[in-house]
Design a protein around this ligand. Structure first.
Ligand SMILES: Cc1ncc(COP(=O)(O)O)c(C=O)c1O
Length: 377
């Protein structure tokens, strides 16, 4: 018998309750029942984002919302600044390049998060920038950027602030309105505890002014089309009905737990995991670690592939590998969504057993014990 536990930072684990909810008979989307469900999801998403904006619910993975955000907010005659220190920031750059949109990159070494002062310096050097894009929690390096400070710098400069919150919204503190963020995107398969297939975008009034001033080159991911339908709790194209049903279920769960308690849970899991790594003599990759996902460096003498494959095949713990240039250098453990202390202590035990298989020297149980003390000490 083997229980699979997904510790990847997306898709994350989905609870059996949610799977059962989505196994209900399919209903048509042009019905009053669907509209009510859609409206409730929009309101609850506003709670998760901490915004009065009505977040859009798009069909597609997070990248659909990224593309829609760029094509709406980054006009062909305006320059965008992209903060780039990881694979997901690189995706934002690729979208800008594909559509030949003017942009400038602000690069930091991988593992570092962006700070307000650095962005302010870049804006001073590039006064014509009209929009700034940054990844709040860079899933590829597990590093956190300073969202609140960067949003303020953008506002002072008069630029729109676009945030990739795909592994931050619903897992670490995120306050769209209070911080003055203009566009924030996420996807269903991370903190929202669903399979992949829905993307979300919350848009400020300031950003709508830009979006409404031109025609987006995208037909399918056109935010204007979504906004128009949303006024009637509807969607422009056939939606992923069953995921919307699941979304209502998971958003109600988040509301019942309280968003601050969700943030605390992820922070505690991350703190415990970092303590466990230290106790095992392992090191954390990110200089500015995020609480949504932890990247642990692979120690000398341990083979990455063998380690991860053994964790999955023997103990059902599926952790993520490093991406791009970080492949073979780290493993990543998720703290978003449907994951708790007991799951995580199990993942640490699996890490220990499989490290021992490769002859890595440590005191068996030291990681588990450090986790237990850090989260309940
Ligand atoms: C920070 C971040 N941005 C963007 C994406 C891309 O989202 P998707 O794979 O849902 O299109 C991901 C997915 O892992 C992510 O973690």
């Amino acid at each position: 018998m083997m229980k699979l536990r997904l510790f990847t930072p997306g898709p994350t684990m989905v609870s059996p309750d949610v799977l059962l909810e989505m196994a209900q008979p399919l209903d048509h989307h042009r019905t009053s029942g669907f509209k009510e469900m859609f409206k409730e999801c929009t309101e609850l998403l506003g709670y998760v984002y901490q915004t009065k904006c009505q977040p859009l619910i798009l069909t597609g993975s997070g990248s659909a919302a990224m593309e829609g955000a760029i094509l709406g907010c980054c006009k062909p005659d305006a320059k965008t600044l992209v903060c780039h220190a990881g694979k997901f920031a690189e995706r934002w750059v690729k979208i800008l390049k594909r559509f030949k949109l003017p942009h400038v990159e602000y690069k930091l070494d991988y593992g570092h998060g962006f700070k307000a002062e650095g962005v302010a310096d870049m804006l001073k050097k590039n006064p014509d920038v009209k929009a700034v894009i940054f990844v709040h929690s860079e899933t590829s390096t597990c590093a956190l950027s300073e969202a609140q400070g960067i949003a303020k710098v953008c506002k002072d400069h008069g630029a729109l602030c676009l945030v990739d919150g795909i592994t931050s919204i619903g897992t670490i503190p995120f306050k769209m309105d209070e911080w003055g963020i203009d566009v924030a995107v996420t996807g269903s398969q991370k903190a929202l505890m669903l399979p992949p297939g829905l993307a979300f975008a919350a848009v400020s009034d300031r950003a709508w002014q830009v979006i409404e001033s031109h025609d987006s080159p995208s037909f399918y991911n056109d935010f204007k089309a979504y906004k128009k339908s949303q006024a009637d709790s509807d969607v422009p194209w056939t939606p992923n009905n069953q995921l919307v049903r699941g979304l209502r279920f998971t958003l109600r769960q988040i509301k019942a737990e309280g968003i601050e308690n969700v943030w605390k849970r992820s922070a505690s899991l991350a703190k415990g995991t970092r303590a466990a790594a230290k106790a095992l003599g392992l090191t954390i990759y990110a200089a500015d670690p995020a609480d949504s996902v932890t990247g642990i460096n692979i120690p000398a003498g341990v083979e990455d592939d063998k380690w991860r494959k053994s964790m999955r095949s023997k103990y059902g713990i599926h952790v993520a590998a490093g991406q791009g240039e970080l492949k073979g250098k780290m493993i990543r453990l998720n703290h978003m969504g449907y994951v708790d202390d007991v799951d995580t202590v199990g993942a640490i035990a699996a890490m220990e057993w499989t490290l021992a298989e490769q002859g890595y020297k440590f005191e068996m149980g030291a990681g588990v014990s450090a986790f237990m003390k850090a989260v309940k000490g």
